[in-house]
Ligand binder design. Structure first.
Ligand SMILES: O=C(O)CCC(=O)C(=O)O
Ligand SMILES: [Fe+2]
Length: 492
């Protein structure tokens, strides 16, 4: 009888845990879907720019350039497309290339546009002054509230581009990041009459269309903009009439004091959509009574294998930042870690389908330095396992973590390179994924933690190292300068 009631209680606890975990998984999926990956807006153009926050406007935009003999000035929209100054601007622009496989190529089927580089022109337009950088900071770069060093956005003017009819276009692509600190791109559409040329931005199966055609605004007295994360695919559809003239900016995350962009961090983590769902797990003592580990595969790509530039967790974006903030607000220890999913026993799907964007850095550095400094190479399975295990301080098993979402193969980053010598000598690369691991304390340690934690804005529970040890960074004397936690993929 006693045994029966114990079994009954434990299956009830399991049902409860499953129910709460399913709610949490649905919430994680929902947050990732709803998370912002792009934003945009517009400003009327007036001779006197308005500082009124409810009705902001910008002044006409001046572009100064050199026609080879004299300095020239175009003011938009004042100088229409028939004006000599605008026509000359079109003539001094040169055909725009795009990057493919590490090379700059010209191929009009793919991209038909012309450009001026930032050394070839000056503009009076300033995205900071217009308030655009403030908007981007708030929507695309929320700060972690407990971090001392706040993050800011640095916008760097990249190009003036002209997409003209007929056939002006840029087919679907992902921008090449100019550095590991680049997290997004900004496009500002100048007031020049055109039709077509919509900018389509896609992320995780969702898409946003920014239609800046001036068909409904013939005098085109509006300035429009869009910003999107660097890992978003985007394209410029064909321009069907006129000229679509844009300024593009690369957006970098920098350390700032939180006020550079004029945005005090107004984020209240208890209002985040996932807060209540995660909190439910803690309120129920039968959920993870002895504690546990929750894992979330991060939903954006980060330069997480670059020890110097990754700025994690500060550079977390969108839904990832939301999960991190929520865990911290609940007083939980959590950590962003690279996880090396090595593929010795599993099939190589993850590696084959991965499309890493920063292959050069980690591969070259890892390989060269390993061979030179250690003077040895590895070729058989046993040695391969040695490399992997030397890299990780402690292997944890995948099944010791309760995963709340699926990993996306395209978010893998190259983490480890090594030489294989034999009949067919080659260099192999292993990839890692960035994950957020959240440590759940046993139920008797949980009560009341979150209220105090939210107040203090820092985790209260110490990380229980007996269960999981975090690799130290730069363990291999700076040879790799990246931290790796190796987890064997489950068989099959
Ligand atoms: O002009 C645009 O809207 C986007 C251009 C673009 O994708 C690029 O310059 O990489
Ligand atoms: Fe682009």
């Amino acid at each position: 009888m006693a045994t029966e009631s114990r079994e009954g209680a434990s299956s009830l606890a399991k049902m409860m845990t499953d129910k709460l975990l399913n709610e949490l998984k649905a919430s994680v999926a929902q947050c990732a879907r709803a998370a912002t990956f792009a934003c945009g807006g517009s400003f009327p153009i007036q001779d006197q720019a308005s500082q009124d926050p409810k009705h902001p406007s910008v002044r006409p935009i001046q572009i100064r350039y050199d026609n080879g003999e004299h300095g020239q000035l175009v003011t938009l929209p004042t100088n229409g497309i028939d004006s000599p100054a605008f026509q000359q601007l079109l003539r001094v622009c040169t055909p725009a290339s795009f990057g493919r496989g590490g090379e700059e190529v010209m191929y009009e089927e793919y991209r038909k546009a012309s450009k001026l580089g930032p050394e070839d022109f000056l503009t009076s337009f300033c995205p900071y002054e217009a308030g655009i950088i403030d908007i981007i900071s708030q929507l695309l770069l929320p700060n972690a509230t407990h971090e001392k060093d706040k993050r800011s956005v640095r916008a760097e003017l990249y190009k003036l581009n002209v997409y003209s009819s007929p056939c002006g276009r840029f087919k679907a692509h992902v921008d090449t990041p100019r550095s590991d600190a680049q997290f997004a791109s900004l496009v500002v559409a100048l007031p020049v009459a055109h039709e077509g040329g919509e900018l389509v931005v896609r992320s995780a199966g969702k898409q946003l269309v920014f239609d800046w055609s001036t068909a409904t605004d013939p005098i085109s007295s509006t300035l429009k903009f869009a910003a999107f994360y660097s890992d978003c695919e985007h394209e410029v559809l064909e321009v069907t009439s006129g000229h679509r003239v844009t300024l593009t900016y690369n957006l970098y995350v920098t350390r700032g004091n939180g006020h550079l962009a004029g945005i005090p961090s107004g984020l209240d983590p208890t209002q985040l959509p996932i807060y209540d769902t995660l909190k439910n797990i803690f309120d129920v003592p039968s959920c993870f009574p002895k504690g546990g580990m929750l894992g979330i595969w991060l939903t954006h790509s980060y330069a997480h294998t670059n020890g110097e530039m990754n700025f994690l967790p500060s550079s977390l974006k969108g839904a990832d930042m939301m999960f991190y903030e929520t865990a911290i607000a609940l007083g939980l220890q959590c950590s962003v870690q690279p996880i090396l999913c090595y593929s010795m026993y599993a099939d190589d799907d993850d590696v084959e389908y991965a499309q890493p964007t920063r292959q050069g850095f980690a591969t070259q550095q890892g390989f060269d330095e390993y061979v030179h400094s250690e003077g040895c190479v590895y070729g058989n399975d046993e040695d391969y396992m040695n490399v992997i295990s030397e890299w990780s301080e402690e292997n944890i098993r995948m099944d010791s973590v309760t995963w709340l979402n699926e990993k996306r193969a395209e978010l893998a980053e190259p983490a480890l390179a090594y030489a294989v010598f034999g009949n067919d000598p080659s260099v192999k690369t292993e990839y890692s994924y960035a994950v957020l691991l959240i440590d759940i304390p046993p139920s008797h340690e949980r009560a009341g933690n979150y209220a105090l934690a939210y107040h203090l804005r820092r985790p209260l529970t110490p990380m229980r190292r007996s269960r999981m040890r975090w690799p130290k960074s730069g363990k291999r004397g700076g040879v790799y300068q990246i931290r790796v936690l190796a987890i064997p993929l489950p068989f099959g």
